[in-house]
Ligand binder design. Structure first.
Ligand SMILES: [Zn+2]
Length: 1004
């Protein structure tokens, strides 16, 4: 009986899905790609292309280019090999297509020219309307989240946020609760949470409509600012011998620096010595910890440092946000003064004590302390966040002459302005350049692969902000190149990036997702883990995108991406039932969001998390001289002071229809409206009832020319959510499928997330990749074993439901035997985002040009993987041969390296087979294994899951104790946290040792 019902449901489902046009369409053609590239750069190739389907319709689809192998890309960027005047082709494939085994083939014709990149002016043509000029209106998820975030902020004790500062400056801490999370007494990232707390309060103040809450926020902000200034003033120490105040450069000169230690005992000693920090130092850890970086001290919480400049950045950012958003001049001015004095401390220290030397071996580069090339290239320890961004912004804020870039941006506070200070702060911003990362990017060579994701994204935002001040195209170009690489090579459908905290290889999102494993305290086993897309990365990519949009606001791809990451990952990273946010997001099969991080200091993502939900409107509108860009369709009221205009946008969220009116508009301006990339069906813009065009180009802006808008004018944007697939760049071939089963092989299949307009749709109730497999027929869905039932009607209905704050979030629909589809922002537990799509047709095998002896097999990918394996082997061998180990860690951690070498030997045996009798299947299988081994390796300073072998049994035994003592309970909590961090890739060996020691001692 049950079976019969299932069949009936299936039939009706097919009809619904077909109506919604969610069908496999055959690509007929793709417009040719013709690009020029400056000599010495790899070509800028588009990450998406407009395709024409057999039925005549068009859509933007992702393309994977074949030049991503490091050697290939470097050769293209080598002026000797491709000088100006030469030209060449790069082959690419539209992914998710069955024309060939690689996809639908496209070719880019590249001409090398001598002219450099055409870089925009360093004066942005548009700026976002400031946060406090745009207010989100109505009762919806956005306002619900905002209020929840504000209430959470108000529930925090401001004195706890001040504990570490008082402790670092010799002030009594009675009545100040000890900080916790990553600001706790056992961590050296203290101050990061307080910085986020200040930013979040300033943004909450700008976004809040409740007078009483605003007053409370202001009181707490004032307390922070007053107390921080009191701490900072303790560093104003006049030195008679020097004949001036003690400065940053006076702390630990080179001979002392070499002897400086980083243990907790030293930490406690340094914090008594605040009189030597140097004029203006402001941080929740002693100044000696910033200085230790100059001696290349590694990320090691017990013996050395965590990431001292990371905390400094959060505090600067917090103070700048306060200066920009608080409408009390005295508070704003004091906040800016504290930030400026600290910024100048940084300038002083780095100006006098550091330098850049790029040449030579690492040992030579580290012969003397203070080589910034090495300092900022250290894993985690060199994580400087957006130091450059904050310093460049400070430079703009204290520049005495008004600058155009300040319009709509930074606030000028006269009392703090000073021309020399402004110059020094701008100079200081470039002290955070990382040539090892920046220079390849400036040539469009991928320097992203295998780096720590969130260590590097904010550096790029910093480079772009410095460009406003120094007008050096190097900075703009590297930022633009980075952004494009992220789009094509690294992002997932919801806009996030990273596995654990790491970038993997380019174009391996599906492989990385499917082979991600972790462990927990249960036993020494590995399990599939959906721990992808760290929230901080989404936060920082959104910021970078907003900032890039200022320079080229007519390129809609920026705000298409901003919408993607905001509507899916960022809004989806707050639990709307009870305040909790996400560290890692959850992406993949049967993935559950790991809620937690309730305070700004809990983790890095607790910090960015508390900021995220009070600033959804920060990029809704951009303004230029005479143009208003409506970049996001959000229910809002916006004020544009320069035009004495009030713009009202009425819509639900998410919106399929929006109405824009002008409550006031004293001066004329043009309006530009974004046509989203997904708006392929029945999109229309009507002004006073009349359509403005017959056809609209997805991913573009429609211009309504300059005019004096009246209160009677009515702009209507109609944008039905078109369903489409967001294909990953690589096929799924292998996956971790269960306990200790990291490499189950699958028939290669394209994988995609189902998108409903801008929304990633997630399905509940799928447990295996077999269940997540759909066979697609020509022109309609067919389901595999009746396992997958789509209810498209329902997914449409839920998206338009406004949320009543008191309701228990009814944004999901459930039907009988079918699947429950939910927009991912609303998903919670056990949802699947990516599906294996078996496409119709028999693809043509791709045979590379010049294949030897007419071979009918393609070994290009295997060759690429082997080349990469060889370069890793060489790097590891070179380090092994060093007599003095500089750096102290090998390039690659040993277990992952051993797995790679095993696969590499097997690949070589296959490749060197003189008979060449191997099949395409054998080559593909080998490629998969080798890529999986490459992709799951960790840098040598990071522990691997195997390094938990001693800790896990101790933990399991401790958990068995019936009535654990408080001490044991604490040791268990710490150990569980360490296991989680090691799984994610942020734990360190010293954390494991500490966890083991604590468990042993507490179990006695
Ligand atoms: Zn984070």
């Amino acid at each position: 009986m049950k079976r019969f019902i299932a069949i009936l449901l299936l039939t009706s489902t097919i009809a619904t899905a077909a109506d919604a046009q969610l069908i496999y369409k055959e690509i007929k053609s793709v417009a040719p790609v013709v690009v020029t590239t400056p000599e010495g750069t790899a070509p800028r190739l588009p990450f998406q292309l407009m395709v024409t389907y057999a039925d005549g319709s068009n859509e933007l689809r992702s393309v994977r280019w074949t030049n991503a192998a490091p050697a290939t890309e470097q050769a293209l960027a080598d002026a000797k090999q491709t000088p100006a005047g030469t030209s060449y082709d790069v082959r690419g494939y539209i992914t998710g297509d069955n024309t060939t085994t690689m996809g639908f083939p496209v070719t880019a014709h590249v001409s090398v020219v001598s002219a450099p990149y055409a870089t925009p002016s360093n004066k942005p043509v548009a700026e976002p309307l400031p946060l406090n000029r745009v207010s989100i209106t109505g009762q919806n998820r956005l306002t619900h989240n905002r209020e929840m975030d504000i209430d959470q902020l108000l529930s925090l004790d401001v004195r706890q946020q001040l504990y570490n500062y008082r402790d670092t400056y010799g002030l009594p801490t009675d009545g100040y609760p000890e900080a916790d999370g990553w600001d706790s007494p056992t961590t050296k990232l203290k101050g990061h949470g307080s910085g986020h707390y200040m930013s979040a309060m300033a943004m909450a103040y700008a976004s809040c409509n409740d007078a009483q809450k605003k007053a409370q926020l202001k009181a707490n902000i004032k307390t922070m600012v007053d107390e921080l200034r009191a701490c900072q003033e303790r560093t104003f120490v006049y030195d008679k011998a020097l004949g001036r105040y003690r400065e940053a450069r006076d702390l630990a000169p080179e001979n002392e620096l070499r002897e400086l230690k980083g243990t907790w005992a030293d930490f406690d000693r340094y914090k008594q010595d605040y009189a030597h920090y140097g004029y203006g130092y402001l941080n929740a850890i002693p100044a000696q910890h910033c200085v230790l970086i100059e001696a290349y001290r590694a990320y090691n919480n017990e013996q050395w440092v965590w990431a001292p400049y990371y905390s400094v950045h959060k505090q600067l950012a917090g103070l700048i946000d306060i200066a920009n958003y608080i409408d009390d001049k005295a508070i704003a001015q004091k906040a800016l003064l504290i930030a400026k004095d600290m910024g100048l401390w940084v300038w002083n220290r780095l100006h006098y004590r550091t330098f850049v030397q790029e040449e030579g071996s690492q040992e030579q580069r580290r012969a003397r302390p203070g080589n910034r090339y090495e300092m900022w290239n250290m894993y985690i320890a060199g994580e400087v966040g957006g130091m450059a961004e904050s310093l460049a912004r400070l430079s703009e804020m204290v520049r005495p002459t008004p600058s155009p870039s300040r319009q709509g941006g930074e606030k000028l506070l006269n009392g703090v302005a000073n021309a020399t200070d402004s110059e020094r702060l701008l100079e200081a911003s470039t002290y955070f350049d990382s040539p090892a990362f920046f220079t390849p990017l400036s040539k469009n060579v991928d320097a992203i692969r295998t780096r720590h994701a969130n260590q590097h994204i904010p550096m790029v935002t910093g480079a772009l902000r410095a460009f406003r001040g120094n007008a050096n195209p190097y900075y703009y170009n590297l930022a633009q190149n980075f952004w494009t690489m992220i789009q094509g090579r690294y992002r997932y459908a919801m806009g996030g990036v990273g596995n654990g905290e790491m970038f993997r290889q380019p174009y391996t999102q599906i492989l990385s997702m499917c082979t991600n494993v972790g462990t927990d305290w249960r036993d020494r086993s590995t399990y599939p883990e959906p721990t992808l897309n760290e929230t901080c990365c989404a936060y920082n990519l959104a910021k970078l995108t907003k900032d890039l949009n200022c320079f080229r606001p007519n390129d809609a791809s920026y705000m298409d991406y901003y919408e993607r990451v905001l509507y899916n990952q960022i809004i989806g990273s707050l639990n709307p039932r009870k305040y909790a946010v996400l560290y890692q997001y959850a992406v993949g099969l049967d993935a559950s969001k790991p809620w937690g991080n309730e305070t700004p200091q809990s983790t890095c993502c607790g910090g960015t998390g508390v900021e995220n939900h009070v600033k959804y409107q920060e990029a809704a509108y951009f303004v230029g001289a005479d143009t208003l860009w409506v970049a996001l369709y959000l229910p809002t009221t916006a004020e544009w002071d320069a035009k004495r205009a009030v713009i009202e946008q009425e819509c639900e969220w998410p919106a399929e229809r929006s109405v824009i009116r002008f409550a006031k508009a004293k001066k004329p301006f043009a309006v530009k409206l974004r046509v989203p990339y997904w708006a392929t069906e029945r999109f229309d813009i009507r002004v006073n009832g009349k359509s403005v065009a017959e056809h609209y180009q997805p991913s573009s802006y429609v211009t309504l020319p300059l005019r004096r808008w009246s209160t009677n004018d009515r702009i209507e944007v109609i944008m039905p959510f078109a369903d489409h697939f967001d294909f990953g760049p690589d096929k799924m071939e292998v996956a971790a499928t269960g306990k200790n089963e990291p490499r189950t092989r699958f028939e290669p299949a394209w994988c995609a997330a189902l998108m409903h307009g801008p929304l990633v749709m997630a399905a509940e109730g799928i447990k295996t990749w077999e269940e997540a497999t759909m066979t697609m027929g020509n022109g309609k869905w067919t389901m595999d074993n009746g396992q997958l039932k789509m209810d498209n009607g329902q997914s449409k209905a839920v998206s338009a439901q406004p949320l009543e704050r008191s309701e228990a979030l009814p944004l999901t629909g459930e039907r009988g035997e079918g699947l429950k589809w939910v927009p991912d922002y609303d998903a919670n537990r056990h949802v699947t985002h990516y599906f294996r799509l078996l496409l119709p047709g028999e693809p043509i095998a791709v045979v590379p040009e010049g294949a030897e002896g007419g071979a009918d097999v393609d070994d290009t990918r295997l060759k690429e993987a082997m080349q990469l394996a060889r370069s890793r082997r060489d790097a590891q061998n070179a380090w092994n041969e060093l007599t003095v180990k500089v750096p102290e860690y090998a390039p690659w951690a040993k277990h992952g390296y051993a797995r790679l070498m095993e696969q590499f030997d097997r690949a070589r045996a296959l490749f060197d087979d003189a008979e060449r009798s191997h099949s395409q299947e054998a080559i593909d299988a080998m490629t998969t294994e080798l890529n999986a081994a490459l992709n799951t390796m960790r840098p040598g300073n990071l522990p691997e899951l195997e390094d938990l072998d001693a800790l896990l049994p101790l933990l399991a035994k401790a958990r068995e104790q019936q009535a654990p003592s408080a001490k044991l309970r604490e040791a268990i909590d710490y150990a569980e946290m360490v296991v989680k961090y090691v799984s994610d890739g942020s734990g360190t060996a010293d954390m494991i040792q500490r966890a083991e020691r604590q468990l042993r001692e507490a179990s006695k």
